[in-house]
Design a protein. Structure first.
Length: 129
């Protein structure tokens, strides 16, 4: 199974997206591969709070969300834990958004819509770095 760490435990993923459909797609892509979805949030503020409680191995984070967007949430999360791995998800492959995210320490992106294979491959790439 792909979704396992070197020690054999499941890679723990937190899915952050204001769309319940997208969160369901992430689960559908990852759970059959052995990943564990340890938390979900529908906005950046909830993501920041939840991340502190559950300490996921990796976060998939939408850029555009209500209350607090993904870029702001990622910045706060990275300030608290610089080693936290985050993959930004965006339907907009806007170069300005990519540059803004990189300036906040995020250097991994996955475009929406994504395939299950894309999501698994991207997470495994980020985890192995």
């Amino acid at each position: 199974m792909k979704g396992l760490r070197k020690d054999g435990r499941a890679i723990r993923v937190m899915a952050v997206d204001d769309s319940p459909v997208t969160r369901k797609m992430i689960k559908k892509a990852l759970v059959p591969e052995g990943f564990e979805i340890v938390g979900e949030a529908g906005n950046g503020r909830d993501a920041v709070e939840l991340c502190e409680k559950i300490d996921p191995d990796i976060i998939t984070m939408d850029v555009t969300m209500p209350i607090m967007d993904g870029l702001e949430a990622a910045l706060i999360i990275k300030q608290k834990n610089p080693r936290q791995k985050i993959i930004m998800l965006s339907a907009m492959s806007d170069q300005n958004i990519v540059e803004e995210a990189m300036s906040r320490g995020i250097n991994h992106f996955c475009s929406k819509p994504f395939t299950a294979g894309d999501m698994v491959a991207k997470i495994m790439q980020v985890i192995s770095e």
